[in-house]
Write a protein that binds this ligand. Structure first.
Ligand SMILES: Nc1ncnc2c1ncn2[C@@H]1O[C@H](COP(=O)(O)OP(=O)(O)OP(=O)(O)O)[C@@H](O)[C@H]1O
Length: 284
């Protein structure tokens, strides 16, 4: 997806909240958006999620997208399970898949007991889990998370961390805002800062954005030497026996070495770079 000269203001002749935003959102990228209060982070995320449109400029190449808003409006006339099934259908799942994923995510978040509870009667924490589950259950190509961790308990926050890194390792893209500077830091996000309506690269800059995705086939356990949260395995990676690893470019050699030195060694199926200033392309 690409943003070209995107601007947004909420009133004709009102102040520009965002202006002249050019941004590439490549597949397999993890983007963190930072900025002060009221700087326009949520505005940018709503544009990325496709629930708002730019006043000027254009957004092209939108993938299948799911969004967790900063505030979940739990006013729809559904119970928790009914809402998740409905959202699964909205995201393109068939009825049976939507029901199965609903059951799975209610269980993963430990809220199966609230399946039949009306949305507006859920506690804030449980409602937030439902808000997050609706975005994760359809395995979107682009996941947009606006402070999605806020209000979740420790176990649910860890589950969301894991789900996001899994999506990204599987080739999806995630964009997030979170007040905790350490959020997903181990997964080494590309950082962007919104200030005075403009978007700049955060600390790190373009050269450090390059990531390498490695696909390997094998039968053993993923090597312990791989960085934590860097890989996804089996069906989540696209096929049984497949391991998909996403690491900063400067750690790719070490990851390849760990795969080749494993017993039995992993067969390297593909290596490609994403983001950064280096050209991307598959190498076999
Ligand atoms: N729907 C709206 N109508 C009018 N003004 C809006 C609307 N949404 C946001 N704004 C204004 O746009 C500016 C940026 O708001 P936005 O919520 O995008 O910032 P933010 O960086 O996410 O803020 P915070 O960190 O406080 O959540 C603010 O001045 C806000 O008042």
């Amino acid at each position: 997806m690409r943003l070209e000269a995107v601007g947004r203001r909420y009133r004709a002749r009102g102040p520009w909240v965002l202006r002249g935003i050019d941004l590439d959102v490549p597949e397999g990228a993890l983007l963190r958006v930072e900025g002060g209060n009221g700087s326009g982070k949520s505005t940018l995320l709503r544009l990325l999620a496709g629930i708002d449109v730019p006043t000027t400029g254009r957004i092209t190449g939108r993938p299948r997208t799911a969004y967790v808003p900063e505030r979940f409006a739990a006013t729809l006339p559904f119970d928790a399970a009914g809402y998740l099934v409905h959202m699964g259908r909205v995201h393109g799942l068939c009825g049976r898949q939507a029901a199965a994923r609903t059951e799975e995510w209610l269980e993963r978040f430990g809220i199966t007991g609230f399946a039949g509870t009306a949305l507006d009667r859920l506690s804030k924490g449980t409602a937030q889990k439902v808000a997050v589950a609706q975005a994760l259950l359809a395995e979107p190509e682009l996941l947009v998370l606006d402070e999605a961790w806020a209000g979740l308990d420790t176990a649910a926050r860890a589950l969301l961390d894991e789900a996001v890194t899994e999506r990204v390792a599987a080739g999806g893209t995630a964009v997030y805002v979170d007040h905790d500077p350490r959020r997903l830091a181990e997964a080494v996000p590309r950082r962007h800062r919104v200030a005075a309506g403009r978007l700049t690269d955060g600390p790190g800059g373009a050269d450090e954005m390059a990531r390498v995705v490695i696909e390997a086939e094998g039968t053993g356990e993923p090597p312990a030497a791989l960085p934590p949260h860097s890989w996804t395995a089996g069906p989540a990676a696209g096929a049984p026996g497949l391991l998909r690893i996403r690491v900063p470019a400067d750690r790719a050699d070490a990851a390849l070495r760990a795969l080749l030195d494993a017993d039995p060694p992993w067969h390297i199926r593909a290596v490609r770079s994403t983001g950064g200033t280096s050209p991307s392309g598959a190498v076999r």
